[in-house]
Design a protein around this ligand. Structure first.
Ligand code: ATP
Length: 308
């Protein structure tokens, strides 16, 4: 059972003349949480839709659970759990009915479906809302219900397209916590996100996508080690002359990035570097020392920030 659950080689998706996914190679192994990280338009959803067998690849090889989506779409889909980018819950039905009705599509007997719905509602902390309609639920509750629905058929592979986009911080943390539990139970998760903190929290391994291509691959820690320094000093100056200051800082860091609102110094030891900044009387209006993140990796690889 060591063969990957998802294997893509030279996978391409075109829409007319436009290439949304431009020849990517991906292996997802059983039990891991795998992420596609990238900004809007990077090609993440197009990739997920091919993996979900709802959008045929234009070119390249794709195998899901050892099968070919072009031939075995329905058999593959029966073993997938899908949480789409936008919740498409049935607003006419109650919370519980959203699960039991969905279970019928998989031919799950009514009694089993009811028991499973109760278990899943417990898991996503919605038992108390079982008989309420979907509309009055908060965004976070709807997301959790969509996740529960994706688990109704006890899938081998769960696909989550931007699981926490649009949620407030507290609701995001609750979703992360549930997904983390799933991961602990050995469920294979594949998710897309443009939040680097989400990728860092949840993903064992990820690919960074930009413009339809994979620009880096590894665990969050490996990527940070490979493409960034241990620490970053963020400096803001009162004048608009960040560029001038950046020149003065150049020799004091491994790398300098000048953003519209701040200058980033990439260094091994942030406190040392900041002390040197003050010694040279460069007087930033604010300064912050932090660990490198996937955001820094993305900036290094593409010259842009993830969320513009
Ligand atoms: N059905 C379609 N027809 C034409 N172009 C499309 C279609 N679907 C996606 N695209 C284009 O393909 C590119 C990649 O889109 P995709 O949705 O895969 O990106 P993404 O990384 O998931 O970004 P987002 O976070 O915005 O969903 C975008 O430029 C998008 O406009």
């Amino acid at each position: 059972m060591n063969s990957p659950l998802i294997q893509a080689r030279g996978l391409i998706k075109r829409f007319g003349d436009f290439t949304a996914v431009d020849g990517i190679d991906v292996d997802v192994r059983a039990g891991e949480a795998f992420g596609f990280l990238g900004p809007n338009g990077a090609g993440k959803s197009s990739t997920m839709r091919m993996i979900g067998c709802v959008s045929p690849p234009s070119e390249g090889e794709l195998r899901i659970l050892g099968m070919d989506p072009r031939r075995d779409g329905p058999r593959i889909r029966a073993r997938l759990g899908v949480c789409p980018q936008l919740d498409n819950l049935d607003t006419e039905l109650t919370v519980r009915e959203n699960l039991t009705t969905y279970a019928r599509f998989f031919g799950i007997p009514r009694k089993v479906a009811r028991a499973r719905a109760a278990e899943l509602l417990e898991f996503v902390q919605l038992s108390e809302r079982a008989d309420s309609k979907v509309d009055p639920l908060s965004g976070g509750m709807k997301r959790r219900l969509t996740i529960a629905r994706a688990l109704v058929n006890e899938p081998d592979l769960v696909l989550l397209d931007e699981p926490t986009t649009g949620l407030d911080p507290q609701a995001r943390h609750l979703v992360w916590e549930r997904l983390f539990r799933l991961k602990q139970q050995g469920v294979t998760l594949v998710l897309t996100t443009h939040y680097m903190d989400e990728a860092e929290q949840l993903c064992d391994r990820l690919v960074v996508m930009d413009g339809g291509r994979i620009v880096a691959e590894g665990s969050p820690r490996e990527l940070i080690e490979r493409y960034s320094t241990r620490e970053v000093v963020e400096l803001r100056f009162t004048t608009d002359e960040q560029g001038t200051y950046a020149e003065k800082l150049a020799g004091m860091a491994d790398r300098i990035e000048v953003l519209p609102d701040r200058v980033l110094m990439y260094v091994a030891d942030g406190d040392d570097a900041l002390a040197e900044v003050h010694r040279r009387s460069l007087s930033p209006s604010s300064a912050l020392v932090r660990r490198s993140s996937l955001e820094d990796v993305f900036l290094h690889l593409t010259g842009r920030t993830l969320v513009d």
